[in-house]
Design a protein around this ligand. Structure first.
Ligand code: DON
Length: 309
């Protein structure tokens, strides 16, 4: 798919890049620590096939937490809303993405939403299949369809690196297992979850996935309803209320579009009925969101009045 480099977007990227120096690349997953904090790229994909970009949009990035919206869509399709929301809630936390605090104070123990790590681990637990490989392949084939690239795969170096260092996520799993929210082997779930987070794509593909959410689950290229409309709406609502973690409120006020970030520095945006956005800028703010990526979205939202509110 061709994506033209755009002068105006380049100008916004130059401007937004200035704040990258105030951010820091995630290094709690050692393999992510190698990213260049000054990188910043963006692709915007429209339903009519048009695509505009700035920066190195061929660079692949791992989805990390962006994968949480996609696994949620898949699991909602497989199991229905009743089963999913029996195990995970619908409310924002106001806490960091990896916090364990609310899990302990909630009775019965149930993660507050599927975007924080505790909730995402429960969602990943619900991906169907007889073993980790089959479940990963199920998720991958869904993602390949959304991104329209049959070659999308996961980065095993990043997956291994997170597997070796994911002690906090293991702690969340053991807590959830003790309270019978999950019932699988913790190492097996961490294996699948770290592989899910290490699925990689470029900004253009990320923008295409964002576009499908923007279009309420329809792939405008084929006309196929890939995600049922009602479920795509649920995913987008979580992106607004919890997609940027404990920065979601400020993000909704300043930018006002459904978006999901990942600690690799990716942001996937879905401007309802208009277009999808894929951004990569690995320098993160203190809440784990791409600092230059947010600035870039702020500039775009101000200039083109993208807010949905
Ligand atoms: O579980 C983790 O910590 C990572 N694999 C994903 C976290 C993440 O991307 C949070 N995003 N801002």
């Amino acid at each position: 798919m061709e994506c033209r480099s755009n002068k105006e977007l380049k100008k916004f990227v130059r401007e937004a890049k200035k704040c990258a120096k105030y951010g820091k690349v995630a290094d709690y997953i050692p393999a992510l620590g190698k990213a260049n904090p000054n990188d910043l790229s963006i692709a915007i994909r429209y339903p009519d096939g048009k695509c505009v970009s700035a920066g190195d949009i061929d660079r692949k990035i791992t989805l990390q937490s962006i994968s949480k919206v996609i696994s949620l869509a898949l699991v909602l399709m497989d199991r229905g809303t009743d089963e999913v929301f029996r195990k995970v809630g619908m409310e924002p936390t106001g806490d960091p993405f990896n916090s364990i605090a609310k899990l302990e104070t909630m009775a019965p123990a149930k993660p507050l939403n599927p975007m924080i790590n505790a909730g995402a681990l429960v969602v990943t637990h619900m991906i169907e299949g007889s073993n980790v490989e089959a479940r990963l392949q199920r998720l991958l084939s869904f993602i390949r369809k959304l991104a329209n690239n049959p070659e999308i795969t996961m980065n095993s170096q990043v997956a291994n690196s997170e597997f070796e260092s994911a002690q906090l996520n293991r702690a969340l799993c053991y807590f959830l297992k003790q309270h019978k929210v999950i019932d699988e082997d913790v190492e097996q779930l961490i294996d699948l979850y770290t592989k899910q987070c290490a699925i990689e794509m470029n900004c253009l593909e990320l923008a295409r996935v964002g576009m499908i959410f923007a279009m309420n689950g329809i792939d405008p290229d084929s006309g196929e309803q890939i995600i049922p409309e009602q479920l795509a709406r649920i995913c987008k609502t979580f992106m607004v209320t919890c997609g940027m973690y404990n920065a979601s409120g400020e993000f909704a006020i300043k930018i006002g579009i459904p978006a999901k970030s990942g600690v690799s520095g990716g942001i996937m945006g879905a401007v309802p009925q208009k277009f999808g956005i894929g951004i990569f800028g690995p320098a993160l703010d203190e809440k784990g969101n791409s600092i230059a990526g947010i600035k870039l979205l702020e500039l775009l939202s101000e200039t083109y009045q993208l807010t949905m509110f």
